[in-house]
Write a protein that binds this ligand. Structure first.
Ligand code: PLP
Length: 402
């Protein structure tokens, strides 16, 4: 990981606006004029670098954000989209067609799971879901039709860690494309540096960080991104999940503080995970030595950004989980809400919310228990105060006894 710091790569970019503005100008146009018809034709053919055609294809504002996110992930280029799903679905549809097969981690965001389980079979694309932490199981699931290996660096919601280097070796051996959703671990992990071919984010979460928009990005080679945007055959161009220029300009501004926020999210999450584990609660956090992939995750991260802001606590039953979340919200400790990466702590019971697309028996098999609460730990200034207040809620409900 020498000489690669994703936050420095963002910091080093300079893009000025018209009239010398310190922020790039926002391109508030859906279409662009050409001085000659020939240039317009060449742009359609994809042969005119620096010319803009139509904002569903690309716009100057989106290209600034593409550039910054590609710099962060260390890929040649990137393509932003209107949501995380708007990045995931065209990427997979660009890579796979009828008859093709995907091997995917079974613990992934519920929407992605539903897309692979219920939607892509309609197009003749099949997926085998596996325990991504068992490399031999992953390799055994590969068939002659497999095109893609899909996982999340840190999985939603169980916080399982994918050994990206190990998976990349398997992908190379079988000529597959390794697609990694890095939404839970921006800056902390740089999957492309570990061998991933394509890195995806839901920008909705940490990267934007203010829970005011949805957004997504696919970071990859220029060849792949050009194929996604191809006017005749590109899944992004033709399905149209384009981010609006005004929004990409605002995401870009938030991206600049990501490194500071990630450090604080990680610091706070580590603090609470250590305390609650010591108190005897079933706590899952990749920064704890008790996490099954702690050792490997330690080797994967850019250490200054820590182990991330996501924790799960198992409080026994769904009824207790619901009571606790309602009580914590009433004490203003956070919000009972899905999503993550906000300044305020967010909590939800994934079995009945973000992972409810996963059938109950499969939830049980993967260890997604009823009493599990997923926390996205916020940017609280005094985390000891937060800990004491959360602990008091748990004692009120007899989840903790002392
Ligand atoms: N990937 C992960 C890991 C997620 O948690 C989510 C949403 O929760 C998504 C992708 C989808 O992103 P979006 O909601 O921006 O479409």
């Amino acid at each position: 990981m020498k000489n690669f710091n994703p936050a420095d790569n963002i910091q080093d970019l300079q893009c000025f606006g018209e009239f010398g503005g310190v922020n790039p100008s926002i391109s508030d146009s859906s279409t662009y004029t050409f001085l000659s018809a020939k240039t317009m034709f060449d742009t359609f053919e994809g042969n005119m670098e620096g010319c803009y055609l139509y904002s569903r294809h690309s716009s100057p504002s989106n290209l600034y954000l593409d550039k910054a996110l590609a710099a962060m992930e260390g890929t040649e280029t990137a393509n932003v989209s209107a949501s995380g799903m708007g990045a995931i679905t065209p990427t997979l549809l660009q890579l796979c067609g009828t008859g093709d097969h995907i091997v995917s981690s079974r613990t992934i965001y519920g929407g992605t799971y539903a897309f692979l389980k219920n939607f892509t079979p309609r197009l003749g694309i099949k997926t085998t879901f596996v325990d991504i932490t068992k490399l031999a199981v992953v390799e055994a699931a590969i068939t002659a039709e497999t095109k893609v290996l899909y996982c999340e660096t840190v999985s939603n919601p169980l916080l399982e860690v994918a050994d990206i280097e190990g998976l990349s070796k398997i992908a190379k051996r079988h000529n597959l494309t390794l697609v990694v959703d890095n939404t839970f671990s921006p800056l902390s992990v740089s999957p492309a540096r570990l061998g991933a071919d394509i890195v995806i984010h839901s920008l909705t979460k940490y990267i934007n960080g203010s829970s005011d928009t949805v957004g997504g990005v696919t970071c990859a080679s220029r060849e792949f991104i050009d194929s996604l945007k191809n006017v005749n055959s590109g899944a992004s161009m033709l399905l149209g999940p384009t981010m609006d220029s005004l929004r990409s300009a605002s995401v870009m501004k938030n991206l600049r503080t990501l490194h500071i926020r990630m450090k604080q999210h990680s610091h706070n999450a580590m603090y609470l995970a250590q305390r609650f584990e010591k108190d005897g609660l079933k706590t899952v956090y990749p920064g704890l030595e008790s996490h099954p992939s702690h050792e490997i995750y330690k080797t994967m991260i850019n250490p200054e950004y820590g182990f991330g802001g996501m924790i799960t606590l198992d409080v026994g039953t769904l009824a207790k989980a619901n009571e606790l979340m309602e009580l914590m919200q009433s004490k203003n400790l956070g919000y009972l809400a899905v999503s993550l990466g906000f300044y305020k702590t967010l909590f939800s019971a994934p079995g009945t919310s973000t992972s409810s697309e996963i059938p109950l028996e499969e939830q049980i098999e993967m260890g997604l228990t009823d009493g599990l609460i997923r926390f996205s730990i916020g940017l609280d200034n005094d985390i000891e105060r937060t800990y004491q207040m959360m602990k008091a809620c748990m004692m009120d409900l007899n989840i903790l006894l002392s």
